[in-house]
Design a binder for this molecule. Structure first.
Ligand code: SF4
Length: 205
């Protein structure tokens, strides 16, 4: 483990980053670090881009309108939000909701890798272009590639990664809704094999 990675891990307790000031601009714009939520043995992990205003205020990823879209799509396939893990590529809100820079993404990457390593889910779902490109390490045309599954080496392990459009895309473009819902259904199928992660489909009961 290199010195920078080792240093950042000292600021992480399990899957929770307790203190970190690696991104000066984000430290100025955040009111708190927004860590992932959900079971630490979840079979499905959703990865978003960065906290927005509501997430920063409430300290939880994917709340507000995007979170409502995600919650509804999960419900439609018999899953509850509490069954899945939801996290972000960067844990601090960028100013003016700009995209995180490459440097900020790279600063926060060890935390995401550690979180995925500990949870070891059946499927990782990237929500939108930025997290898809960050996790896959290549450019992604998210509208055309949504629903694609790739095996990706993350940290020390290979993970199945499912690409998804961002839930907010369905608010501005209704044609994205079917794509999003189909992708969530695929995630439920791939991660819904039961086990301790709590992803038994509600419809099974
Ligand atoms: S975005 Fe990540 S690396 Fe940057 S300050 Fe926040 S927790 Fe640290």
């Amino acid at each position: 483990m290199n010195a920078a990675l080792s240093g950042s891990m000292e600021q992480m307790d399990g899957t929770t980053v307790t203190a970190c000031e690696r991104c000066p601009e984000l430290c100025d714009s955040r009111s708190r670090i927004v860590n992932g939520v959900g079971p630490e043995d979840a079979d499905i992990v959703f990865v978003g881009e960065a906290p927005g205003a509501t997430e920063d205020e409430r300290g939880e990823p994917f709340v507000g309108r995007s979170g409502d879209v995600l919650d509804e799509a999960l419900r439609d396939v018999g899953l509850a939000r509490a069954d899945v893990r939801i996290t972000n590529c960067v844990r601090c809100r960028p100013p003016e909701n700009r995209d995180p820079t490459d440097e900020e993404l790279n600063n926060c990457r060890p935390y995401l890798d550690r979180e995925l390593e500990r949870i070891d889910p059946q499927i990782v779902v990237t929500l939108g272009k930025v997290p898809s490109e960050h996790v896959l390490g290549r450019s992604v045309g998210i509208t055309s590639e949504a629903g694609r599954i790739e095996d990706v080496r993350i940290g020390g392990r290979s993970h199945r990664v499912l690409l998804s459009v961002h839930p907010a895309a369905t608010l501005y473009d209704r044609s994205q809704r079917d794509t999003f819902e189909e992708t969530i259904a695929t995630a439920a199928d791939l991660g819904g094999s039961g086990g301790s992660g709590g992803q038994a489909r509600l419809g099974d009961y």
